[in-house]
Design a protein around this ligand. Structure first.
Ligand code: NAP
Length: 249
Protein backbone atom coordinates (compact mmCIF):
# COMPACT_ATOMS: atom_id res chain seq x y z
CA UNK A 1 0.00 0.00 0.00
CA UNK A 2 1.13 3.55 -0.77
CA UNK A 3 -0.25 6.62 1.07
CA UNK A 4 -2.25 7.30 -2.08
CA UNK A 5 -3.97 3.90 -2.17
CA UNK A 6 -7.78 4.14 -2.30
CA UNK A 7 -8.50 0.39 -2.27
CA UNK A 8 -11.64 -0.42 -0.31
CA UNK A 9 -12.98 3.13 -0.57
CA UNK A 10 -16.20 4.18 -2.32
CA UNK A 11 -16.09 7.54 -4.09
CA UNK A 12 -19.06 9.52 -5.39
CA UNK A 13 -18.22 12.01 -8.14
CA UNK A 14 -20.92 14.44 -9.25
CA UNK A 15 -21.01 15.48 -12.88
CA UNK A 16 -18.92 12.44 -13.77
CA UNK A 17 -20.05 12.04 -17.37
CA UNK A 18 -17.62 14.48 -18.93
CA UNK A 19 -14.93 17.06 -18.33
CA UNK A 20 -13.17 17.32 -14.99
CA UNK A 21 -15.58 14.97 -13.20
CA UNK A 22 -14.95 12.21 -15.70
CA UNK A 23 -11.17 12.53 -15.34
CA UNK A 24 -11.39 12.58 -11.54
CA UNK A 25 -13.64 9.50 -11.50
CA UNK A 26 -11.20 7.55 -13.64
CA UNK A 27 -8.24 8.81 -11.58
CA UNK A 28 -9.84 7.69 -8.32
CA UNK A 29 -10.62 4.28 -9.84
CA UNK A 30 -7.02 3.96 -11.02
CA UNK A 31 -5.94 4.61 -7.41
CA UNK A 32 -8.19 1.76 -6.26
CA UNK A 33 -11.57 3.31 -5.39
CA UNK A 34 -14.92 1.90 -6.42
CA UNK A 35 -16.91 4.74 -7.92
CA UNK A 36 -20.49 5.98 -7.86
CA UNK A 37 -20.90 8.04 -11.01
CA UNK A 38 -23.43 10.85 -10.83
CA UNK A 39 -25.07 12.40 -13.87
CA UNK A 40 -28.31 13.91 -15.09
CA UNK A 41 -28.93 11.18 -17.68
CA UNK A 42 -28.02 7.50 -17.38
CA UNK A 43 -26.74 7.30 -20.96
CA UNK A 44 -24.24 10.10 -20.26
CA UNK A 45 -22.46 7.73 -17.86
CA UNK A 46 -21.97 4.75 -20.19
CA UNK A 47 -18.51 5.72 -21.43
CA UNK A 48 -17.05 6.71 -18.06
CA UNK A 49 -18.53 3.59 -16.45
CA UNK A 50 -16.68 1.46 -19.00
CA UNK A 51 -13.47 3.37 -18.30
CA UNK A 52 -13.83 2.82 -14.53
CA UNK A 53 -14.47 -0.90 -15.06
CA UNK A 54 -11.37 -1.11 -17.24
CA UNK A 55 -9.45 0.00 -14.14
CA UNK A 56 -10.85 -3.07 -12.38
CA UNK A 57 -13.26 -1.13 -10.15
CA UNK A 58 -17.04 -1.12 -9.88
CA UNK A 59 -19.08 1.73 -11.38
CA UNK A 60 -22.47 2.35 -9.80
CA UNK A 61 -24.66 5.15 -11.10
CA UNK A 62 -26.72 7.88 -9.51
CA UNK A 63 -28.99 9.84 -11.86
CA UNK A 64 -30.15 13.07 -10.29
CA UNK A 65 -30.75 16.70 -11.25
CA UNK A 66 -28.80 18.72 -8.68
CA UNK A 67 -31.08 21.70 -9.27
CA UNK A 68 -33.91 19.72 -7.66
CA UNK A 69 -35.62 20.99 -4.52
CA UNK A 70 -33.10 20.76 -1.66
CA UNK A 71 -35.40 18.57 0.46
CA UNK A 72 -35.81 16.04 -2.37
CA UNK A 73 -32.08 16.15 -3.08
CA UNK A 74 -31.25 15.48 0.57
CA UNK A 75 -33.60 12.47 0.67
CA UNK A 76 -32.15 11.04 -2.56
CA UNK A 77 -28.56 11.51 -1.35
CA UNK A 78 -29.28 9.99 2.04
CA UNK A 79 -30.60 6.87 0.28
CA UNK A 80 -27.18 6.23 -1.29
CA UNK A 81 -25.02 3.66 0.48
CA UNK A 82 -21.93 4.57 2.47
CA UNK A 83 -19.64 6.94 0.61
CA UNK A 84 -16.05 7.44 1.82
CA UNK A 85 -15.03 10.11 -0.69
CA UNK A 86 -17.41 12.78 -1.99
CA UNK A 87 -16.27 14.91 -4.93
CA UNK A 88 -18.64 17.84 -5.44
CA UNK A 89 -17.64 18.50 -9.03
CA UNK A 90 -20.84 19.32 -10.95
CA UNK A 91 -21.21 22.98 -11.79
CA UNK A 92 -22.76 25.45 -14.20
CA UNK A 93 -21.65 28.83 -15.50
CA UNK A 94 -23.68 31.64 -17.00
CA UNK A 95 -21.79 34.28 -18.94
CA UNK A 96 -23.39 37.72 -19.36
CA UNK A 97 -23.05 41.18 -17.80
CA UNK A 98 -24.58 41.39 -14.34
CA UNK A 99 -27.31 43.78 -15.49
CA UNK A 100 -28.47 41.11 -17.94
CA UNK A 101 -28.47 38.30 -15.38
CA UNK A 102 -31.97 37.75 -14.06
CA UNK A 103 -32.60 36.65 -10.53
CA UNK A 104 -33.62 33.23 -11.89
CA UNK A 105 -30.29 32.92 -13.70
CA UNK A 106 -28.43 33.88 -10.53
CA UNK A 107 -30.43 31.38 -8.46
CA UNK A 108 -29.94 28.65 -11.05
CA UNK A 109 -26.16 28.94 -10.80
CA UNK A 110 -26.16 29.10 -7.01
CA UNK A 111 -28.57 26.15 -6.75
CA UNK A 112 -26.13 23.77 -8.47
CA UNK A 113 -22.76 25.28 -7.54
CA UNK A 114 -23.48 26.04 -3.89
CA UNK A 115 -26.82 24.81 -2.53
CA UNK A 116 -26.39 21.28 -3.88
CA UNK A 117 -22.85 21.13 -2.47
CA UNK A 118 -24.16 22.02 0.98
CA UNK A 119 -27.06 19.55 0.78
CA UNK A 120 -24.98 16.64 -0.57
CA UNK A 121 -22.10 17.21 1.82
CA UNK A 122 -24.45 17.26 4.80
CA UNK A 123 -26.31 14.16 3.61
CA UNK A 124 -23.18 12.08 2.96
CA UNK A 125 -20.96 13.76 5.55
CA UNK A 126 -23.25 12.52 8.32
CA UNK A 127 -22.26 8.92 7.58
CA UNK A 128 -18.58 9.84 7.35
CA UNK A 129 -18.75 11.50 10.75
CA UNK A 130 -20.54 8.47 12.22
CA UNK A 131 -17.79 6.20 10.85
CA UNK A 132 -15.05 8.63 11.95
CA UNK A 133 -13.52 8.72 8.48
CA UNK A 134 -14.14 10.48 5.17
CA UNK A 135 -12.94 12.90 2.53
CA UNK A 136 -14.95 15.69 0.96
CA UNK A 137 -13.53 17.48 -2.05
CA UNK A 138 -15.26 20.53 -3.46
CA UNK A 139 -14.41 22.07 -6.80
CA UNK A 140 -13.68 25.76 -6.45
CA UNK A 141 -12.14 27.95 -9.17
CA UNK A 142 -9.68 30.74 -9.82
CA UNK A 143 -12.91 32.73 -9.44
CA UNK A 144 -12.84 31.74 -5.76
CA UNK A 145 -10.02 34.34 -5.60
CA UNK A 146 -10.65 36.66 -8.54
CA UNK A 147 -13.74 38.40 -9.92
CA UNK A 148 -13.75 37.20 -13.52
CA UNK A 149 -15.60 38.91 -16.38
CA UNK A 150 -19.39 38.74 -16.83
CA UNK A 151 -19.83 35.78 -14.48
CA UNK A 152 -21.16 37.40 -11.29
CA UNK A 153 -23.27 34.47 -10.14
CA UNK A 154 -20.54 31.94 -10.88
CA UNK A 155 -17.90 34.01 -9.07
CA UNK A 156 -20.16 34.46 -6.06
CA UNK A 157 -20.84 30.73 -5.96
CA UNK A 158 -17.16 29.77 -6.18
CA UNK A 159 -16.10 32.26 -3.48
CA UNK A 160 -18.82 30.71 -1.33
CA UNK A 161 -17.62 27.17 -2.09
CA UNK A 162 -14.15 28.09 -0.79
CA UNK A 163 -15.69 29.52 2.37
CA UNK A 164 -17.98 26.54 2.88
CA UNK A 165 -14.99 24.22 2.46
CA UNK A 166 -13.09 26.01 5.23
CA UNK A 167 -16.13 26.21 7.50
CA UNK A 168 -16.91 22.48 7.24
CA UNK A 169 -13.23 21.59 7.65
CA UNK A 170 -13.18 23.51 10.92
CA UNK A 171 -16.22 21.58 12.16
CA UNK A 172 -15.26 18.11 10.97
CA UNK A 173 -11.44 17.74 11.00
CA UNK A 174 -11.26 16.56 14.61
CA UNK A 175 -13.77 13.83 13.75
CA UNK A 176 -11.67 12.27 10.99
CA UNK A 177 -13.35 13.93 8.01
CA UNK A 178 -11.16 16.15 5.84
CA UNK A 179 -12.84 18.81 3.70
CA UNK A 180 -10.70 20.44 1.02
CA UNK A 181 -11.13 22.08 -2.39
CA UNK A 182 -9.47 21.88 -5.76
CA UNK A 183 -9.38 25.14 -7.71
CA UNK A 184 -8.83 24.35 -11.39
CA UNK A 185 -7.27 26.94 -13.64
CA UNK A 186 -8.36 27.29 -17.26
CA UNK A 187 -9.24 23.75 -18.34
CA UNK A 188 -10.39 22.54 -21.76
CA UNK A 189 -13.99 21.49 -21.09
CA UNK A 190 -17.51 22.49 -22.16
CA UNK A 191 -17.41 25.08 -19.35
CA UNK A 192 -14.75 27.07 -21.22
CA UNK A 193 -15.75 26.32 -24.83
CA UNK A 194 -17.02 29.89 -25.37
CA UNK A 195 -13.66 31.33 -24.23
CA UNK A 196 -11.74 29.13 -26.65
CA UNK A 197 -14.19 29.89 -29.47
CA UNK A 198 -12.95 33.51 -29.30
CA UNK A 199 -9.42 33.37 -30.74
CA UNK A 200 -8.28 36.61 -29.10
CA UNK A 201 -9.59 35.62 -25.67
CA UNK A 202 -8.12 32.12 -25.99
CA UNK A 203 -4.70 33.56 -26.82
CA UNK A 204 -4.85 36.17 -24.04
CA UNK A 205 -5.62 33.48 -21.48
CA UNK A 206 -2.98 31.07 -22.77
CA UNK A 207 -0.32 33.80 -22.84
CA UNK A 208 -0.96 34.54 -19.16
CA UNK A 209 -0.55 30.90 -18.05
CA UNK A 210 3.10 30.27 -17.06
CA UNK A 211 2.81 26.63 -18.17
CA UNK A 212 2.04 27.95 -21.65
CA UNK A 213 -1.04 25.82 -22.21
CA UNK A 214 -4.60 25.30 -21.09
CA UNK A 215 -5.11 22.48 -18.61
CA UNK A 216 -6.66 19.17 -19.54
CA UNK A 217 -9.25 17.48 -17.30
CA UNK A 218 -6.65 14.81 -16.55
CA UNK A 219 -4.44 17.47 -14.95
CA UNK A 220 -6.90 17.51 -12.02
CA UNK A 221 -6.88 13.78 -11.28
CA UNK A 222 -3.67 13.70 -9.23
CA UNK A 223 -4.85 16.47 -6.90
CA UNK A 224 -8.12 14.62 -6.35
CA UNK A 225 -6.35 11.34 -5.57
CA UNK A 226 -4.08 13.14 -3.11
CA UNK A 227 -6.93 14.88 -1.28
CA UNK A 228 -8.98 11.63 -1.23
CA UNK A 229 -6.12 9.57 0.16
CA UNK A 230 -4.52 8.93 3.57
CA UNK A 231 -1.62 11.13 2.35
CA UNK A 232 -3.93 14.11 3.02
CA UNK A 233 -5.15 13.05 6.47
CA UNK A 234 -3.69 16.24 8.01
CA UNK A 235 -4.75 18.55 5.17
CA UNK A 236 -7.91 20.44 6.06
CA UNK A 237 -9.71 23.47 4.71
CA UNK A 238 -7.17 23.87 1.91
CA UNK A 239 -7.93 25.20 -1.57
CA UNK A 240 -5.45 23.44 -3.84
CA UNK A 241 -4.92 25.48 -6.99
CA UNK A 242 -4.12 23.44 -10.12
CA UNK A 243 -3.65 26.15 -12.71
CA UNK A 244 -0.33 25.90 -14.56
CA UNK A 245 0.89 28.79 -12.44
CA UNK A 246 -1.85 31.38 -13.20
CA UNK A 247 -2.23 32.49 -9.58
CA UNK A 248 1.53 32.77 -9.06
CA UNK A 249 1.84 35.35 -11.79
P1 NAP B 1 -18.48 20.54 -17.80
O1 NAP B 1 -17.75 19.68 -18.76
O2 NAP B 1 -19.51 21.49 -18.31
O3 NAP B 1 -19.08 19.61 -16.66
C1 NAP B 1 -20.03 20.07 -15.75
C2 NAP B 1 -20.75 18.87 -15.15
O4 NAP B 1 -21.73 19.34 -14.20
C3 NAP B 1 -21.49 18.07 -16.21
O5 NAP B 1 -21.37 16.70 -15.95
C4 NAP B 1 -22.92 18.55 -16.01
O6 NAP B 1 -23.91 17.62 -16.42
C5 NAP B 1 -22.96 18.71 -14.49
N1 NAP B 1 -24.13 19.48 -14.11
C6 NAP B 1 -24.41 20.77 -14.42
N2 NAP B 1 -25.63 21.09 -13.95
C7 NAP B 1 -26.14 19.99 -13.34
C8 NAP B 1 -27.36 19.71 -12.67
N3 NAP B 1 -28.34 20.63 -12.55
N4 NAP B 1 -27.54 18.48 -12.18
C9 NAP B 1 -26.59 17.54 -12.31
N5 NAP B 1 -25.42 17.74 -12.92
C10 NAP B 1 -25.20 18.97 -13.44
O7 NAP B 1 -17.45 21.49 -17.05
P2 NAP B 1 -16.15 21.21 -16.16
O8 NAP B 1 -15.19 22.25 -16.52
O9 NAP B 1 -15.75 19.79 -16.22
O10 NAP B 1 -16.71 21.59 -14.71
C11 NAP B 1 -16.54 20.77 -13.58
C12 NAP B 1 -16.35 21.65 -12.36
O11 NAP B 1 -15.12 22.36 -12.50
C13 NAP B 1 -17.42 22.73 -12.20
O12 NAP B 1 -17.74 22.88 -10.82
C14 NAP B 1 -16.74 23.97 -12.72
O13 NAP B 1 -17.29 25.15 -12.17
C15 NAP B 1 -15.34 23.72 -12.23
N6 NAP B 1 -14.29 24.52 -12.88
C16 NAP B 1 -14.02 24.37 -14.21
C17 NAP B 1 -13.01 25.13 -14.79
C18 NAP B 1 -12.62 25.01 -16.23
O14 NAP B 1 -11.76 25.76 -16.69
N7 NAP B 1 -13.21 24.11 -17.00
C19 NAP B 1 -12.30 26.04 -14.00
C20 NAP B 1 -12.61 26.16 -12.67
C21 NAP B 1 -13.61 25.39 -12.11
P3 NAP B 1 -24.66 17.82 -17.85
O15 NAP B 1 -23.72 17.26 -18.86
O16 NAP B 1 -25.91 17.04 -17.67
O17 NAP B 1 -24.90 19.30 -18.02
Amino acid sequence: MTPFDLAGRVALVTGAGKGIGRAIAIGLARAGADVVLHGRRDADLDEVASAVRREGRTAERWVQDLAAEPEALAVAAAALGAVDILVNNAGVIHRSPALQQTYDTWRGVLAVNLDAVFVLTRALGAGMLARGRGKVITVASLLSFQGGLNVAGYTASKHAVAGLTRALANEWSAQGVQVNAIAPGYIETANTDPLRADADRERAIRDRIPAGRWGSPEDLAGAAVFLASPAADYVAGHVLVVDGGWMAR
